[in-house]
Design a protein around this ligand. Structure first.
Ligand code: OMP
Length: 308
C-alpha cells in the first residue's frame, strides 16, 4: 500500500490527505433537512447526512488527491449507524481509487491490538469463511503500550500489504506534557521516533517503509529532527489549516526526493464553505468550496517545497 500511496502522490503531485471528519455543525442545512425528512431526527438520519456530505466532498476532490483520512470518532459518536456511514465512506473512497487512512488511534495489549488490527486492516475468520470488516489501507496507532502493542498491527500489515502511521509527536497544545519529557537527556518523542524507525526496518517497500509516523504540523522544529531520525518512514502531518500549520512550516517534514510526508487537513477542506475566503460558493456548493480549498492547499505546499 505504501507503493500505491507514493505512486498516487506522484501522479497527483499533491502530498496531501483530506480528513473526512464530518461534524454535524459543518453539514449544510439542506443536507441535514433531506436526511431528517427521510429518516427523522434519529441516529440513522445523522448517519445519512454524514454519508451524503462525505460523498459530495469526495466527488468534488477525488481526482486531485491521493488519500483521505476518515476519523472514526466523528462516526462512532452516532453509534452503529455512524459506523455504517464510516464503512460506506471507506468503500466509496476505495471505489474512487483513493488510499484510505483509517484514523482509529488504537493500541492495547497484544491480544487486543491483534483484534483491532484484524478488524480494521486484516481479515476475521468466521467458521470456514473470512471477512475484511472495515478494510482501510492504513490505520493510525498509539504506541504507548510498547512493542507488543504495536507488533500485531505490523504482522497484519505484512500479511495484507497495508500500512501504519504511529503517533510520535502529536499536533495538540498539550502534546509536550508527556511527549517532550526528557529521558536520559532526550525528549521522549525522539525515542519513540527511533523505535518507529526500527519497527519500520523490517517492513520496507522500495524506498519507504509501510510503518510511518504521525508528527504535527504545529511542531516544525521537532519535524526537522524527526525527519532525520526516521529517514525511511512516511510522516503523516496533521495540523495544517484549522490548527494553524502553513506550507512554509512543512518543508522539513519532506526528504530531498520531495517525498516522505503527507499533510492532512480536515476542517480546512470539508468546512471550507464557512470560511470568508470561500463563502462566495455558498452552503449549496460546499463541495466546490472544498475543491478550491484543496487546490489552494496543494499550491501552498508546492510553492513552499519549490522555494526551499
Ligand atoms: O492522527 C491524526 O490524524 C492526528 C494526530 C495529531 O497529532 N493531530 C491531529 O489533529 N490528528 C487528527 O488530524 C485531524 C485534524 O483535523 P483539522 O484540525 O480539522 O485539520 C483530526 O482528525 C485529528 O484527530
Amino acid at each position: 500500500m505504501i507503493q500505491k500511496l507514493i505512486s498516487k502522490i506522484k501522479s497527483t503531485n499533491a502530498p496531501i490527505v483530506v480528513g473526512l471528519d464530518p461534524m454535524m455543525n459543518y453539514i449544510p442545512e439542506h443536507i441535514q433537512q433531506k436526511a431528517f425528512a427521510e429518516y427523522g431526527e434519529t441516529l440513522e438520519g445523522a448517519a445519512e447526512a454524514i454519508w451524503q456530505y462525505n460523498k459530495e466532498i469526495v466527488d468534488n476532490v477525488f481526482d486531485l488527491i491521493p488519500a483521505v483520512k476518515p476519523q472514526i470518532a466523528m462516526y462512532e459518536q452516532f453509534g452503529l449507524e455512524g459506523l455504517k456511514a464510516f464503512k460506506k465512506t471507506v468503500d466509496y473512497c476505495k471505489e474512487k481509487d483513493l488510499v484510505v487512512i483509517g484514523d482509529i488511534k488504537r493500541g492495547d495489549i497484544g491480544s487486543t491490538s491483534a483484534a483491532y488490527a484484524v478488524g480494521h486492516i486484516g481479515k476475521v475468520q468466521v467458521g470456514s469463511r473470512t471477512y475484511a470488516p472495515f478494510d482501510e489501507d492504513f490505520v493510525t496507532v498509539n504506541p504507548y503500550l510498547g512493542t507488543d502493542g504495536v507488533k500485531p498491527f505490523v504482522d497484519v500489515c505484512k500479511a495484507e500489504k497495508k500500512g501504519l502511521f504511529i503517533l510520535v509527536k502529536t499536533s495538540n497544545p498539550s502534546s509536550g506534557e508527556f511527549q517532550d519529557q526528557l529521558v536520559n537527556g532526550r525528549p521522549l518523542y525522539e525515542l519513540v521516533g527511533e523505535q518507529v524507525a526500527r519497527w519500520g526496518e523490517e517492513c520496507m517497500g522500495d524506498d519507504y517503509s509501510y510503518v510511518g509516523a504521525v508528527v504535527g504540523a504545529t511542531y516544525p522544529e521537532q519535524g526537522r529532527v524527526l525527519r532525520r531520525i526516521m529517514p525511511k518512514s512516511f510522516i503523516l502531518v496533521p495540523g495544517y489549516g484549522a490548527q494553524g500549520g502553513k506550507g512554509a512550516d512543512l518543508v522539513h517534514f519532506f526528504n530531498e526526493d520531495g517525498l516522505g510526508a503527507i499533510v492532512n487537513s480536515s476542517r480546512g477542506i470539508i468546512a471550507a464553505y464557512k470560511q470568508e475566503k470561500y463563502e462566495k460558493y455558498g452552503a449549496e456548493n460546499f463541495g466546490e468550496a472544498s475543491r478550491a480549498a484543496v487546490e489552494d492547499m496543494i499550491a501552498d505546499i508546492s510553492q513552499a517545497l519549490n522555494n526551499r
